[in-house]
Design a protein around this ligand. Structure first.
Ligand code: ISE
Length: 335
């Protein structure tokens, strides 16, 4: 069976996911596209999915019989309505982060899905599908004893002018929040943000770098640097310190060159390349599950917890205080 997928949002990530489904992955095809700018949808259709139908709205696409499942890749503020419509239609939906722009919005999705009693929502936290992170988790669970601390860093070479201080949390650190929870199988109880001296490369409305300090319910302490104008590359670091030893996230594969009295290798500049295989794997996982009528992977609950935790981090940025994080009871569907 070829799974018929619709894409809502034909921007950068929607285009990239369309390419994946049309050219890299197996078992699915893009049959429908919608974008609030019809010319974007036309462009993607022409370049990647000539037989796809263009829909005027995401809602029309979701309710069409042509579509077995969909990818929500539109701007973040529209995610909640599309995901709720997909749940209402009883169709599996892959939603790029954020699941919703507010914790209340993410809760509405959790409530709707839990009411229906089956998992229909997969959130695009692709790092759970990254080979390096999976190796790190395996080694941690096998060799490190109890994890005690994590030292991590999330560095982007540059960000555009419209990227402002809270986006370091909502847009960037949200991946780390989900990754730490998944690695440790633990939730956060508090967050604090401290600001080192500001880089001269940071825009006026952006404090950069930042350090987020988290504490988990089992007492693990996490420090993570977010530095989005680091210039030299896209660099994700994660070191877990356990009772019996230490393990590091592997560096992405790169050729080492010896030349002109230098030993060197390239550093990637772009997150799309750094996590390309993880993006492939998460979408293949979604496609493979659509025929069963339910999905796995990062859940709406994970998206909701990420939203609660990132709101706490933004409050910590704003107040300079340690902010407590408490979670509501987890519905049985996400046990
Ligand atoms: C971007 O939206 C991502 O999702 C990337 O993974 C992250 O590194 C980047 O900072 C975000 O802007």
């Amino acid at each position: 069976m070829t799974v018929k997928i619709g894409v809502i949002g034909a921007g950068m990530i929607g285009t990239d996911h369309t390419r994946r489904i049309q050219q890299v992955l197996t078992g699915a095809e893009i049959v429908a596209i919608s974008d609030y700018l019809p010319e974007n949808a036309e462009k993607v259709k022409t370049a990647l999915a000539p037989s796809a139908e263009i829909f005027a709205t995401g809602e029309d696409l979701i309710s069409s019989d042509m579509v077995d499942g969909m990818l929500v890749c539109s701007t973040g503020s529209t995610h909640e309505a599309y995901v709720l419509a997909a749940i209402e239609a009883g169709k599996p939906v892959f939603c790029e982060k954020p699941l919703a722009t507010t914790a209340e919005g993410a809760k509405r999705i959790v409530d709707a899905e839990a009411k229906g009693g089956k998992r229909l929502v997969q959130v695009g936290f692709m790092r759970r599908f990254d080979q390096g992170y999976n190796m790190l988790k395996q080694v941690m669970e096998r060799d490190l004893g109890a994890p005690l601390m994590i030292h991590a860093a999330h560095r982007n070479p540059t960000v555009p002018e419209q990227y402002v201080t809270p986006m370091a949390i909502h847009d960037t650190f949200i991946h780390e929040l989900d990754t730490f929870r998944w690695l440790l199988d633990d939730d956060f109880v508090s967050a604090q943000v401290v600001f080192p001296r500001k880089s001269k490369h940071a825009h006026a409305r952006l404090a950069d770098p930042q350090i987020v300090l988290l504490e988990t319910s089992k007492g693990v302490r996490i420090d993570c640097e977010i530095f989005v104008n680091c210039r030299y590359g896209y660099d994700i670091q994660c070191q877990i310190v356990g009772e019996e030893g230490i393990a590091n996230l592997p560096e992405p594969m790169a050729i080492t060159t010896r030349r002109d009295a230098r030993l060197s290798n390239d550093i990637m500049m772009d997150w799309k390349g750094r996590f390309a295989a993880a993006f492939d794997a998460e979408l293949q996982d979604f496609i493979d599950q659509v025929p069963s009528g339910t999905v796995g992977g990062p859940s709406a609950w994970d998206g909701y917890v990420a939203a609660i935790s990132s709101d706490a981090c933004v409050q910590a940025q704003e107040t300079g205080k340690i902010i407590e994080i408490s979670l509501p009871a987890r519905p049985a569907l996400y046990a």
